[in-house]
Design a protein around this ligand. Structure first.
Ligand SMILES: Nc1ncnc2c1ncn2[C@@H]1O[C@H](COP(=O)(O)OP(=O)(O)OP(=O)(O)O)[C@@H](O)[C@H]1O
Ligand SMILES: [Mg+2]
Length: 265
């Protein structure tokens, strides 16, 4: 788990409702962090309908289903992409894997950390919903990014996840990422709205990371098996993702910095 490896920051990307942009944010953020010379792993923890490899435009002949049936190791199934990213592909069309136990989820993360101790960051792209497997993956993270859109179902499901996180007393590590917004201000307004609800009903704030703008380029590149960072480096979408990565790196530095109290011990 994250605690057993002090050098890898494990970050979870969650949403509650499906289809709001977790994989888009996870893949592009992973690539932007690679571009900053970090050693980055991306675990596609959508074990029922995995598609990170499609958004990345890479072939993944093996996946975590082979790790769970003990026929392969994590190192066997992992793919080093041409971008310098380590992808641990999820499984698709395997219903039993969509319901793995928390022990299995923890064991998978431990195997990744043991096989790749050089990772600076391990991003976990979650499946939709609040399954126990999903929650177990999030348990392993030092920081959780909650991707949401400004539409009622996404807001309601994001709040459902926030409530669960609040019960685990870890809202301070939860960061909202408004996605598909028309402007940075619109994203900030969505965050403010959510934060007000959290303050009122949970008596605790949530944090803001950064917003991702609506940009059809995200979908267009996937259809061409391209990525925005590689093929459209000067596009607004790429700049937007680079900013998201920069803000995240600052937060990570704050989280990983030894506290003055700890330094004194
Ligand atoms: N900022 C954006 N601008 C335009 N399109 C976007 C944006 N973010 C995501 N999309 C599009 O929305 C669709 C769903 O995105 P994505 O697959 O990333 O969602 P998801 O939350 O991972 O879904 P699932 O819950 O099924 O895993 C995709 O077609 C993607 O291209
Ligand atoms: Mg997804």
């Amino acid at each position: 788990m994250s605690q057993s490896n002090t050098t890898t920051s494990i970050l979870g990307i969650a949403s509650g409702k499906g289809g709001v942009g977790k994989t888009t944010v996870a893949v592009n953020l992973a690539l932007a962090l690679c571009a900053q010379n970090l050693r980055v792993g991306l675990l596609d923890a959508d074990l029922g309908l995995a598609n990170s490899q499609i958004v990345l435009g890479v072939n993944a002949p093996l996946n975590v289903s082979h790790v769970f049936d003990d026929s392969k190791t994590v190192a066997d199934v992992a793919v080093e992409t041409q971008h310098g990213l380590l992808l641990i592909p999820g499984a698709s069309g395997n219903q039993s894997l969509a319901n793995i136990t928390s022990v299995q989820a923890r064991s998978l993360i431990d195997q990744i950390l043991e096989s790749f101790p050089d990772l600076d960051v391990l991003l976990i792209d979650s499946a939709a919903g609040l399954s126990s497997a999903n929650m177990s993956f999030l348990d392993a993270c030092c920081m959780r990014l909650l991707v949401m859109q400004d539409e009622p179902a996404s807001i309601a499901d994001a709040y459902g996840l926030i409530k669960l996180e609040s019960r685990k007393d870890r809202l301070k590590d939860l960061y909202l990422v408004p996605n598909r917004v028309s402007s940075e201000q619109a994203g900030k307004r969505l965050f403010d709205k959510m934060n007000l609800v959290c303050m009122k009903f949970l008596e605790e704030p949530v944090s803001y990371l950064a917003s991702v703008l609506q940009d059809d380029l995200f979908g267009r590149v996937t259809r061409k098996r391209e990525t925005i960072l590689e093929h459209y480096p000067s596009s607004p979408a790429t700049k937007n993702i680079a900013e998201l990565a920069a803000v995240l790196m600052t937060k990570l530095d704050q989280i990983n910095a030894p506290s003055p109290a700890r330094e004194r011990v």
